[in-house]
Ligand binder design. Structure first.
Ligand code: CDP
Ligand code: CDP
Length: 211
């Protein structure tokens, strides 16, 4: 079973994807980390994120940084959304993600384009959303917990900028797949979000004709 979980920043997609993976005993890939690792490489090597060839060169080193705590930085999220708009960067990371999705037994992946590009044939697709205000509150709290002094207004502005960039790019933009189920977590606790997600996956599975 392949489960695709997409949505904008701090909508809760990572929390939900992780919980679904645990529930169904499937491996999980947070694809945002791949783009964040490319962004961190660009920053460390002082490359130009706007230059496609620079960002593509950074893809070769990204694998080594997947556990780096700096990946969580707000600035790295912003930079990730700049490098991820380059079609050749997306192409460089495509096969790794497709392989993960297609492994025997299945997988859960979360990101922006899982249901549309990486696994269009997923058995269940969720599109997770929440209001920008709620998402900024969540991300602000998270960043504060990691010692960041960024203001709420700055976090909200960054989330809005990233939403706009991710949704308007021509390569694999953030859009809800036509066959995805919408899950609005704005007024849901983590526990309630996860229960709802499991119910939606079960409904999709039940709706799939036996082959
Ligand atoms: O956790 P959060 O939603 O804040 O960000 P993320 O999932 O780590 O993604 C960081 C950035 O990577 C996003 O703003 C996107 O620009 C990009 N991304 C993407 O283009 N495609 C994906 N499948 C995942 C992330
Ligand atoms: O992966 P994404 O950026 O979409 O979001 P996340 O990392 O799953 O969640 C962002 C933050 O919101 C985390 O600190 C979650 O614990 C929190 N969250 C929440 O407070 N309520 C929810 N219903 C879902 C997530």
């Amino acid at each position: 079973m392949i489960i695709a979980v997409d949505g904008p920043a701090a909508s809760g997609k990572g929390t939900i994807a992780k919980a679904l993976a645990r529930h169904y005993g499937l491996p999980h890939l947070d694809t945002g980390l791949l783009y964040r690792a490319v962004a961190l490489t660009v920053r460390r090597l002082e490359l130009d994120p706007a230059v496609e060839a620079d960002a593509v060169a950074a893809c070769d080193f990204a694998e080594d940084l997947l556990a780096d705590p700096e990946l969580r930085d707000d600035a790295i999220g912003q930079l990730a959304s700049i490098v991820s708009a380059h079609p050749l960067v997306r192409a460089a990371l495509l096969q790794r993600q497709k392989r993960f999705a297609r492994q025997p037994g299945g997988a859960v992946l979360d990101g922006r384009d899982i249901g549309t590009v990486i696994a269009p044939d997923a058995d269940a697709k969720l599109f997770v959303k929440a209001t920008p205000q709620v998402r900024a509150q969540r991300r602000h709290k998270e960043l504060r917990g990691h010692g960041s002094g960024l203001s709420f207004d700055k976090v909200l502005a960054d989330i809005r900028a990233r939403d706009a960039r991710d949704s308007s790019r021509s390569a694999a933009p953030l859009v809800m797949a036509q066959d995805a189920a919408l899950l609005d977590t704005s007024f849901l606790s983590i526990e309630a979000s996860v229960q709802k997600a499991i119910a939606l996956v079960e409904a999709r599975r039940g709706a799939t004709p036996a082959t």
